[in-house]
Design a protein around this ligand. Structure first.
Ligand code: DC
Length: 234
């Protein structure tokens, strides 16, 4: 596969919250030498900006004005071997994972102007291909022509447990119920919003990782990459 990597394809990974999309996308990008972009981090950083600056996001002109003051960039952290989200020059990778952000981000991600702002930047990031991007609308809206589309799912209880473990490390006061409520709320908003709702692209392959290990899911995805590349080799 090494030689074929130089051509580079676009891999999209969409799915419900806490299905392990980012773990999968990161693994895949590392293995292929691709760039990994966490599109959810962009919506989270915008949410952080709105909250900090008391933006009234029900007011379209306030939203447009605020977006004009937002600069989003990913910078690679060589020590941690991961790209991190910067908001106007500040590393916000850690703070955007907070439940306070998770409680508002889905609502803010329903706003058309916010989505247009994020999607435009996401498309620019994909111009050179060799990219793995995860989110909710990457295979359907951002890169409808992507060579490989993956739609991830996992059992609800497994997802709640995974997210709980992640958040508990930062906040030992958090409860399973809070995490469950937040996931259910986000799934509902993400899949019912008017603009670019969460949907499986028709040509996406489903990856249910409820009962498989990280290694197994990576191998499955790599076999799909190989298949796609072999096919395009004719
Ligand atoms: O992947 P995540 O949990 O970090 O995403 C945070 C929120 O951002 C999620 O609730 C929905 C929204 N989102 C989106 O609407 N479209 C994307 N491409 C990525 C995330």
């Amino acid at each position: 596969m090494e030689n074929k990597q130089s051509r580079g394809i676009i891999i999209t990974i969409d799915g419900w919250s806490s299905c392990g999309k980012s773990t999968m996308a990161r693994q895949l990008a590392r293995k292929l030498g691709y760039v990994y972009i966490d599109s959810g981090a962009m919506y989270r950083a915008i949410t952080l900006y709105f909250l900090r600056n008391h933006v009234d996001w029900t007011d379209r002109s306030e939203v447009r004005d605020a977006l004009g003051h937002i600069e989003l960039e990913f910078h690679y952290n060589t020590a941690l071997e991961q790209a991190e989200m910067y908001l106007n020059g500040e590393n916000v990778e850690y703070v955007i994972r907070d439940l306070v952000i998770a409680e508002k981000v889905s609502e803010i991600a329903t706003i058309r102007e916010v989505r247009e702002f994020a999607v435009e930047q996401q498309r620019k990031m994909g111009q050179k291909k060799s990219i793995v991007m995860d989110g909710r609308d990457i295979g359907t809206v951002v890169f409808p022509d992507a060579e490989l589309k993956i739609f991830m799912t996992a059992d609800n209880a497994v997802r709640v447990e995974r997210r709980f473990r992640e958040l508990f490390d930062k906040n030992p006061n958090i409860t399973i119920q809070e995490v469950k409520d937040n996931l259910e709320m986000r799934d509902h908003i993400d899949s019912n919003r008017e603009v670019s709702p969460l949907r499986k692209a028709e040509d996406a392959r489903i990856l249910d990782n409820t009962d498989i290990s990280r290694e197994e899911q990576l191998n499955l995805a790599l076999s799909w990459v190989r298949e796609v590349m072999d096919r395009s080799d004719g």
